[in-house]
Design a protein around this ligand. Structure first.
Ligand code: UD1
Ligand code: MG
Length: 490
């Protein structure tokens, strides 16, 4: 066995620092077994596309660049990943993503070969990852890189012993426990199929050695494909060392090939994230019915009741209570907020010490200030509420700027749409809107003004005025008696 490649010894003799690490993510396949019109790697678990999870782990492991081999729905995969990276990095940081195309699906070795151009002058280690293995944590990749360098292997493969090994490539080891080959399920004899240790499709390799090995791989197998796993044989024949690292959590290495596997992965990711939240001091009354996307953060001593769904980039502060049936998507909630049953909110913000629901609907562009109250059957859209304002019952408030300490009475409606355009309603600080008021926008109600109940407000109201915009009441005295007398005569 050759102890070191020239690249490695050059590196270690010249400097004490680690060689650079790049990643190549294989994401060109269609995923026929999903029976989907969408490319497999775009299917979601935990609110993110499968390949987003893999790219996230690659970046967190320290790899740069991160090369993604795309083919099926390449443009859409690229778009999603660019957006994903943009959300994660600050403007000043350069993009780590490089996309290369594999036009024909000729196997995993061919897919890795597509990265040759992008890695032309690269002289370090490369992580090879599958775009359909979403639960793999960055820590496992870092451990693989460490083992790979420590053992001075040319190629190291992350392996597992799942309960059911069928479908996977098997790890064939010799009497000395060293890896001899990886044999694909379809090419394996009955005896080899009894091997429980499988190839996860996750590797770390010295790029110069792997690149040389790739050109020697031939498609002489059951599938007629260029198998990346054949690099093992090529490297061993050259006298290189191939290392296998058994991962203790086989569930983290599961690849997604079917809808059934997608569903169980979704459950697994959810469980993992809920455990993290509990470790951070969040109370979950019923983890079995709580669904929280991977990107969601929840503060200490917040209580999530059963059947709560938190999606996207939702952030919840400390000491909040989220009651049953709430669904929040990309919502930022402050501290000590109470969200009562069945509050549905998206792209909204709720300030500290506010109370929302039950059955409130906060639509995009809603900003509720601190110590506000939004009660039952209140719908808001592009509406900003200042500190201490209240809309406690049955209202629609859209395209509205509402100041501090405003009281919006039951049944108030902003008539914001004239059939063509949306118009704004402004309620200044301290305004009181009586119940069953329609505010026909564009309209402004000045500071500390009152609007009488049942009004249809079509003109601006000056500060401290009372607007009454309803027909006057007339009382017809003695009307009942007169009617009864009339009936008696008939
Ligand atoms: C592969 C491994 C197998 C391993 C398993 C783990 C090979 C030959 N086999 O099998 O040993 O146990 O993963 O999950 O490597 N891809 C491309 N272009 C291609 C072919 C594949 O980009 O031409 C991508 C796919 O989109 C997928 C990944 O590579 O993300 C793996 O391909 P897949 O067809 O799922 O390989 P497996 O049969 O699962
Ligand atoms: Mg697979």
């Amino acid at each position: 066995m050759r102890r070191r490649s020239s690249a490695r010894s050059r590196n270690s003799s010249q400097t004490k620092t680690d060689p650079p690490i790049a990643a190549v993510i294989l994401a060109a396949g269609e995923g026929t077994r999903m029976r989907s019109r969408r490319a497999k790697v775009l299917h979601e678990v935990g609110g993110r596309a499968l390949v987003e999870h893999v790219v996230g782990a690659a970046i967190d492991s320290g790899a740069a660049p991160v090369i993604v081999v795309v083919g099926a729905q390449a443009a859409e995969v690229e778009r999603r990943l660019r957006e994903f990276e943009d959300r994660r990095r600050s403007g000043a940081e350069p993009s780590l993503l490089v996309f290369v195309r594999q036009t024909e699906r000729r196997g995993t070795a061919d897919a890795v070969s597509r990265a040759r151009g992008a890695l032309r002058r690269f002289d370090g280690d490369v992580l090879i990852l599958s775009g359909d293995v979403p639960a793999l944590p960055a820590a496992a990749l870092r451990a693989l890189i460490r083992r790979h360098r420590h053992t001075e292997a040319a190629l190291s493969v992350l392996t597992a012993e799942p309960a059911d090994a069928s479908g996977y490539g098997r790890i064939v080891r010799g009497a000395d426990r060293r890896i001899r080959a990886i044999v694909e399920h379809g090419d394996a004899t009955a005896e080899l199929r009894r091997i429980r240790e499988i190839n996860s499709g996750t590797y770390c390799a010295r790029w110069t050695d792997l690149r040389a090995a790739l050109s020697k791989i031939r498609p002489d197998n059951a599938q007629g494909e260029y198998y990346l796993t054949d690099a093992v044989r090529v490297l061993l024949a050259k006298g290189e060392h191939v290392e296998g690292m058994l991962h203790g959590e086989p569930a983290e290495l599961l690849g997604i090939n079917s809808r059934e596997q997608l569903a169980s992965m979704h459950r697994l990711m959810n469980q993992r994230h809920l455990e993290r939240l509990m470790q951070q001091g969040v109370t979950l009354l019923d983890p079995a019915t709580t669904w929280v996307h991977t990107g969601v953060r929840v503060g200490q001593d917040t209580i999530l009741h059963p059947q709560v769904t938190l999606e996207g980039r939702t952030r919840i502060g400390r000491d909040c209570v989220v009651r049953s049936g709430c669904r929040l998507t990309d919502v930022v909630v402050g501290h000590r907020v109470e969200l009562l049953e069945h509050t549905v909110a998206s792209e909204a913000r709720v300030g500290d010490d506010s109370k929302v629901g039950p059955f409130a609907h906060l639509r995009p562009g809603t900003t509720i200030g601190p110590t506000c109250k939004i009660g039952n059957f209140v719908e808001t859209k592009k509406a900003v509420f200042g500190r201490g304002s209240k809309a406690s019952h049955l209202s629609y408030l859209g395209d509205a700027v509402i100041g501090r300490n405003v009281n919006v009475g039951a049944g108030t409606i902003t008539c914001n749409y004239d059939g063509e355009k949306k118009h704004q309603t402004t309620l200044a600080d301290g305004v009181f809107i009586g119940s069953d008021t329609q505010l026909v926008a564009p309209v402004k109600v000045g500071r500390r003004a009152y609007v009488a109940a049942g009004s249809t407000v079509t003109k601006d109201v000056p500060p401290k005025a009372l607007a009454v915009a309803r027909s006057r009441q007339t009382n017809v005295e003695g009307w009942v008696e007169r009617r009864e007398q009339k009936r008696g005569r008939d």
